[in-house]
Design a protein around this ligand. Structure first.
Ligand SMILES: Nc1nc2c(ncn2[C@@H]2O[C@H](COP(=O)(O)OP(=O)(O)OP(=O)(O)O)[C@@H](O)[C@H]2O)c(=O)[nH]1
Ligand SMILES: [Mg+2]
Length: 301
């Protein structure tokens, strides 16, 4: 179990001025533990967790890099988590992403960037990512946590469950917007960013999105390569955070997301349990019974 005591040790190390090193070690610990083996306290000072997701190549990394600048220039301390694709073929792309982001890090003491592996089921990835984000939140070292996820599949939808705000990044042209809707990303998006607004069709895409999502839904445009529209995006994120923090909005939002995530983590645990009993070669009913007995033993202590 990785829990409260470890966090206190981390915070002590961090306060002693050991800096990012202590934090990076704790992250590795949390990242490599199954999510059901990590128990973290509820943060007293919540930090906005922003999920930046969308179809491959939409400009998420470029935009994230620009957001680092905009936040840091406004005096905010920024943490970025990037979820690496699991495929070894995309190793080059991952390195590319890191390099692209690191160009924004030179000389910055207030920015922390970390890539997380994306092995395992989407429930396990989401659970581990949430725990890492929670750890960053508990460290008290950041004012905002950005999570970039590559692609547009189930893992991204799962990541959406752990962020307070989901910014869906898309590009001009109806095809990509339709793709995002198909991937189930539209239902989880809190705002849509039409990036590559320097390309034709941006205005039509914005108009189409506003028509399909409703008038109040926040749709904005950016040119990530030039930083255009990024301060406005940050303002929108800040406004949403202020609104959430009024009354019990944030508490309710997080409770709802936690419940859905609990289902994902439980599912991931059941799968790992199923793998473990393979050798026993049980018939179906006995296997179900075994898993449920195991669950009762595991969770009732
Ligand atoms: N013209 C134009 N190109 C852009 C813009 N934003 C990003 N790009 C380019 O689009 C390409 C992909 O950008 P990335 O930031 O890597 O996109 P991504 O969404 O992170 O891609 P994956 O992580 O592979 O899904 C790069 O060559 C960027 O330079 C933009 O606003 N306008
Ligand atoms: Mg990327």
């Amino acid at each position: 179990m990785y829990g409260q005591t470890d966090i206190e040790a981390l915070l002590a190390e961090y306060r002693e001025g050991k800096g990012w090193g202590a934090l990076a070690r704790a992250i590795t610990r949390v990242e490599n533990s199954p999510p059901w083996q990590v128990e973290l306290p509820t943060p007293t000072e919540p930090v906005q967790v922003v999920g930046i997701t969308g179809p491959p190549g939409a400009g998420k990394s470029t935009l994230t890099g620009r957001m680092i600048d905009v936040y840091a220039n406004a005096g905010a301390r920024v943490a970025v988590l990037a979820i690496d694709p699991s495929s070894p073929i995309s190793g080059g792309a991952v390195l590319g992403d890191r390099l692209r982001m690191e160009t924004h890090l030179m000389g910055r003491e207030d920015v922390f960037v970390r890539s997380l592996a994306s092995r395992g089921s989407h429930g396990a990835i989401a659970g581990a990512t949430r725990n890492v984000a929670r750890l960053l939140e508990l460290s008290g070292a950041f004012d905002v946590i950005l999570i970039e996820t590559v692609g547009a599949g189930q893992t991204e939808v799962a990541i959406a469950e752990l962020a307070d705000t989901i910014a869906l990044v898309t590009v001009p042209g109806l095809g990509d917007a339709v793709q995002a809707i198909k991937a189930g990303l539209m239902e989880v998006a809190d705002m849509v960013v039409v990036n590559m607004a320097d390309r034709p069709g941006a205005r039509e895409t914005v108009r189409h999105l506003r028509l399909s999502m409703g008038r109040e839904f926040f749709v904005t445009t950016t040119i990530a390569t030039e930083g255009v529209g990024v301060p406005e995006l940050r303002e929108a994120l800040e406004e949403r955070w202020d609104r959430l923090r009024e009354g019990d909005g944030l508490t309710r939002l997080r409770a709802r997301k936690r419940a859905r995530e609990a289902a994902l983590v439980a599912e991931a645990w059941v799968r790992s349990c199923a793998d473990e009993i393979t050798e026993e070669n049980l018939d179906l009913n006995s296997a179900v019974k075994r898993i449920l007995e195991e669950a009762a033993r595991r969770w009732t202590t």
